[in-house]
Design a protein around this ligand. Sequence first.
Ligand code: IPE
Ligand code: IPE
Ligand code: MG
Length: 251
Amino acid sequence: MVGYDSIDKAKLPKHIAIIMDGNGRWAEEKQQDRLFGHLHGVESVRDVVEGAAELGIQYLTLYAFSTENWDRPQTEVDGLMELLVNTIKKEVPTLNKNNIRLMVIGDIEKLPDNAKNELGEAINETSKNTGLNLVMALSYSSRWEIINAIKNISRDIQNGSLLAEDITQQLFSEYLTTKDIPDPELMIRTSGEYRISNFLLYQLAYSELYFTNTLWPDFRKQHLYEAICDFQKRERRFGKTSQQINNELNQ
Ligand code: IPE
Ligand code: IPE
Ligand code: MG
């Protein structure tokens, strides 16, 4: 069985991003309310965060709530927000104990005040931690992020602090919410859906994609290890030929 020991610790991805999907179906399979699935999804978050921290992964981005998820039934949205607030409050001591820094990307202004406040506090209280950076994507969508970046770039051109000809890929990425965060090498989506759902469209340009049928509430460290092992078997060519890559490795 693929486990912790099968992972080459010298070739770990710096940044893993996960689309945590399948909570609703997991609950429906058990004839339960969708919120029951979200509640159990928190257990998976705990286990996977712990697993990533133990391995020494530097960044873990979890897609927890998309811009489009605001269109779900109000009871589900309210339940998710309540779960978010309660979980953050409860988890701060564990984050500190494990040296984990919490970060958030997304349109946070849309979140209810208590969620915004709890998040702000948790970010502050964990800001000095130097281990895993746990990036929660909340009220996040990539198109929102890109349009937002373009607005800010336009503003800076208008006020004279930026010249259009100075726009580079590097500069553009500094206007994204993932500024200072390296692009993910590995993106995992659970629940057997093969799509990106408006997640990190720019940053995933050269990420390795890993899809599993496991529903998020069943996902554990073990599944993370399997995804990392699969990733480590791949050849990342970035447009070059296999021969070029091998030559570079042998140099
Ligand atoms: C993922 O599970 C969690 C969120 C999007 C908040 P879903 O709630 O999308 O579960 P399914 O896809 O309906 O099973
Ligand atoms: C993507 O899941 C968003 C999150 C996991 C937070 P969805 O379940 O909302 O995605 P679609 O709508 O099926 O593409
Ligand atoms: Mg879903």
